[in-house]
Design a protein. Sequence first.
Length: 358
Amino acid sequence: MTGTRLREEAPDARLADAVHVVTRARGRERRRSVVVAAGLLAAVVAVFAVSLSLGDMVMPLGKVVESLFGGGDGGSRFVVLELRLPRALLAVLVGIGFGLSGAVFQSVLRNPLAAPDVIGISAGASAVAVTASLLFQVSGLALSGSALVGSVAAGAAIYLLAWRQGVAGQRLVLIGVGFGTGLSSVVWYVMARSDTTDAQEAYLWLTGTLNGRSWGQLWPLLSALALLVPLTVLAARALGPLQLGDDAAAGLGARVEPGRLALLGCATALAGVATAAAGPVGFVAFVSGPIARRLVPGRGAALPHAALTGALIVLVADFGAQHLLPSVQLPVGVVTSIIGAPYLLLLLARANRGGTGG
């Protein structure tokens, strides 16, 4: 009887040990996720504070805080509240929009190249916005709206062209790259036919810039993100099954195509509103997701971390754009391209070494 009881208890003991090991591993992953998120948030806050403090007029942090709460002299309040604060807040929001959008695209399509600035979404926003600006003299909020319409239209067109009883990530990426190239040709054609001064302003916007941005560009973006971020969080419930592949997701009871369409729609809109506010800031969406997933391996898409990573990248890049060269403010897109272009080349080199680069 004793031997029989031991044999019956042994499987239960092994099962309990396995459950204990899995629980401990998940606990470590959750703790690492929280620590990394807290570290990214602290870095964002630190760079944000420095960006409010440094400039042509250097102010101690105490004076910055005083100005934020309505104290200090009029000059300090103007510099902090009207010049630096909206630009820094816009950098954070643009980074969140691009970072979250890129992470969703890459996770849903399971392709590291599937970022909105690679697969034609940003090109759609650029084509419509530049055409509206140079040919029809559209400006202000209407111009931002045209950029959003362009991104959504481009996303819908790419999705429909890639549809073959469902959407495969590789096919959508290839169609998106080709579609984006065609839209870029439209942009350069319109610019070539326009007045030189107007074309130069359009080129600056196409680079991606926060120069001269104010509260007028901030409020529409904040309102859009207040709607889109919760919608993306709700749609992300389908992301786990989708990352396992269509067959596995369907086997788990997930509605594959509606879930994918909702996620791609949210990601397209996020990229569109961010582009409308600051232009197509390059490579932020492309690198934020991979960096976040490296920081928290095992956490899937790591969407909150990707959003914080995007905010940190744009903040740091914009601070560098303002201060790298004396008396010159570079477009933020120039600095993000310096960061992102080597990563793209490295990714392509690794793909070729692995025999998947074509």
